[in-house]
Design a protein around this ligand. Structure first.
Ligand code: PLP
Length: 428
């Protein structure tokens, strides 16, 4: 081993015992090339790698770190919960409080079931939709990622795009023959799908603000068409708000757009950095779930007391007055500042933000769907990414991912980022 970089050494060592050296594919930097940074600690808007270099972090653990890393109140709640025991496999009052809080905040929810990952949340919502309707077909949209359950791994976004393999190997054709994949933001296609298969469609699942093919906002007309068609044909509308829930607004995308889905999947922010996710809907629909109804779903660590403590504390912090106004202003300051810096350098670039989420595009206008997103200049993004990394700014290591700001990203931190980008754009 000739390298003196601790990151390089760790990466080499990791690859011996873990496929690709990582436990979730996009962390491996395959899209942008180079060595992934091994993180040793994080605080506020920053994290530090194994070589001791500090980065301004715009991933926030891919969404959860909305109040900033290692927030003292969240850490304290976790420490206190841990001293009372790590897991009981029996119900706790904390789980009731968490369910009450989520139901209070998300407009369409009357009941929720807690799980441990977004994948479990969407997978279970899908099973519920099929169980409740007695139908098999599901509709998803190209570039939307809903976790790695078999029937949803068709033309999905996020890490699958990095590998140019949007449909996973190992998923039998039989498992996905009921999955219809349509274009995002295309009203005509979904009308045609319902005209042809309306009787067979159990549900439509959508990221109402897509964050796994970079950031792409649904048009209000598209989401309204989904709502109307599902109602008309007796199908269920599932909003996958694992990423955009508690991110684009306190009540999620459904509050932002004023459209209520039948089922909602949540994750990321509600765990505050520990594994909590949830799915829910009306009491009537949720009564299909075991042990009340016939749709089975379970989890050894579901509603884990330590994870719930982190999640509940985070949910309290984000309800502080002005939280989302500040978060949105922060993301907008970043998007506007980067766009202006690129324009000064004559680089075709734009950026967009919704709440605490943002997208960076090496194109003249923000994309509206998967095909438009893929037309962006990825080579230029990769050069930009590495140059920013050298400057101490950590954006998502792929052009297909949204970015996130936290409440700890001050104006000074954003301005430092923009100043670094100005230097980088000048060299592109
Ligand atoms: N749904 C969406 C919209 C996501 O962004 C993700 C993860 O990024 C998931 C589902 C899967 O969540 P998890 O990685 O917690 O399984």
């Amino acid at each position: 081993m000739t390298t003196t970089s601790k990151n390089d050494q760790l990466f080499e060592r990791a690859q011996k015992t873990t496929p690709g050296g990582v436990n979730s594919p996009v962390r491996a930097f395959r899209s942008v090339g180079g060595t992934p940074r091994f993180i040793t600690r994080a605080e506020g808007p920053y994290f530090w790698d194994a070589d001791g270099k500090r980065y301004i972090d715009y991933i926030g653990s891919w969404g959860p770190a909305i109040v900033g890393h290692a927030h003292p109140e969240v850490v304290k709640a976790v420490q206190q919960a841990a001293t009372r025991g790590l897991s009981f496999g029996a119900p706790t009052e904390g789980e009731i409080e968490m369910a009450e809080e989520i139901v209070k905040l998300v407009p369409s929810l009357e009941q929720v079931r807690l799980v441990s990952s977004g994948t479990e949340a969407t997978m279970s919502a899908l099973r519920l939709a099929r169980g409740a309707t007695g139908r098999d077909k599901i509709v998803k949209f190209e570039g939307c990622y809903h976790g790695h359950a078999d029937s949803l791994l068709v033309k999905a976004g996020s890490g699958l795009l990095t590998f140019g393999n949007p449909t996973s190997a190992g998923v039998p054709e039989d498992f996905v023959k009921h999955t219809l994949v349509l274009d995002y933001n295309n009203v005509q296609q979904i009308e045609e799908a319902f005209a042809n298969f309306g009787q067979d469609i159990a549900c439509v699942i959508v990221e109402p603000v897509a964050g796994n093919m970079n950031l792409i906002k649904a048009t209000p007309a598209f989401l309204q068409a989904l709502r109307d068609l599902c109602t008309k044909h007796g199908a269920l509308l599932i909003f996958d708000e694992v990423m955009c829930g508690f991110r684009v607004a306190l009540g999620g995308a459904q509050e932002l757009y004023g459209i209520k889905p039948d089922l909602t999947a949540l994750g990321k922010v509600i765990g505050g950095g520990l594994p909590v996710a949830a799915f829910g809907g009306s009491t009537r629909l949720m009564s299909n779930m075991s042990p009340v109804g016939a749709v089975y779903q379970a989890g050894t660590l579901s509603g884990n007391p330590v994870a719930v403590a982190a999640g509940m504390t985070t949910l309290k912090l984000i309800q502080q007055p002005g939280f989302y106004e500040r978060l949105s202003a922060t993301a907008k300051r970043l998007a506007d500042g980067l766009t202006a810096a690129a324009r000064e350098a004559g680089i075709p670039f734009c950026a967009d933000a919704v709440g605490g989420m943002f997208g960076l595009y090496f194109s003249e206008t923000p994309p509206n769907n998967y095909a438009e997103m893929m037309a962006g200049n990825r080579e230029r993004f990769n050069v930009f990414f590495h140059a920013m990394l050298d400057e101490g700014v950590y954006f998502a290591p792929a052009a297909f991912e949204a970015g996130f700001v936290s409440a700890q990203h001050s104006d000074a931190v954003i301005d430092e980022t923009i100043a670094a980008a100005r230097r980088v754009f000048a060299t592109l």
